[in-house]
Design a protein around this ligand. Structure first.
Ligand code: SAM
Ligand code: MG
Length: 214
């Protein structure tokens, strides 16, 4: 039987990363993607920008939209203070299964909750199901046409507070024009672009960091 890319990525982690060492997991995935197969992780270059935002915000509650194999989840969780938690949403059960194994290899199960299902269904249930009041940081990295509707849903569900940071990946490539237009022009946000490159390539891409002003 043929293996899938996420399965091969997991095998690369189990072969090359040290159990319980999140940075070695990140490195094994980056090496796999640069040397063997491209994959849609935020990657090492934009990953450094992600790291600096996480360190600056020092969040206690984080929501990630789009888990895939758990690369960015591990990156974020490894930088969280004690008692902080990240909830990550993934609607593809095969990806969620791989992500749980990558996270376990990194030794970060205690900090991460992988939730299976579509963001549009889970966001309205966040408060009741997970006891979340508001998120300190939201990382948007799922399908690009969902950034804007899910941001509005987060607002409507009262999951953003004054000062919540939204960090959105791939705002140039593949691009999220309606979302960018919204966060850059709405008086409810102060927004800033961080220029970089599409994961594992030289094509321009970047992250948009937007502060919710309430
Ligand atoms: N954040 C990951 C990283 O950097 O390692 C990469 C995430 S990948 C670009 C996007 C993922 O979002 C895919 O695995 C896809 O199945 C998932 N996805 C897309 N739309 C979704 C939705 N509406 N709800 C939940 N998951 C979604
Ligand atoms: Mg991305």
């Amino acid at each position: 039987t043929q293996s899938t890319r996420p399965q091969r990525l997991l095998h690369a982690v189990q072969k090359n990363a040290t159990k319980g060492d999140p940075r070695s997991v990140v490195k094994a995935i980056d090496n796999f993607c640069r040397q063997k197969e491209w994959a849609m992780n935020v990657g090492d270059e934009k990953g450094c920008i992600l790291d600096s935002v996480v360190s600056e915000v020092n969040p206690v509650t984080v929501l990630e939209l789009g888990t895939y194999c758990g690369y960015s989840t591990v990156r974020i969780a490894s930088l969280l203070p004690p008692r902080a938690k990240i909830i990550t949403l993934e609607f593809n059960p095969d990806y969620a299964k791989i992500a749980r194994q990558v996270i376990a290899w990194a030794g970060l199960e205690d900090k991460i909750q992988v939730v299976e299902g579509p963001s549009g269904e889970w966001i309205p249930k966040m408060k009741e199901q997970f006891g979340v009041k508001t998120f300190d940081l939201v990382f948007l990295d799922h399908w690009k046409d969902r950034y804007l509707p899910d941001t509005k849903l987060l607002e409507d569900c009262g999951l953003l507070r004054k000062g919540t940071i939204l960090l959105a990946d791939n705002v140039i490539c593949p691009g999220t024009p309606d979302y960018l237009e919204y966060v850059r022009n709405s008086p409810r946000y102060k927004s800033q672009y961080f220029k970089s490159h599409l994961e594992y390539t030289k094509a321009e891409d970047g992250l948009e960091k937007s502060v919710f002003l309430g």
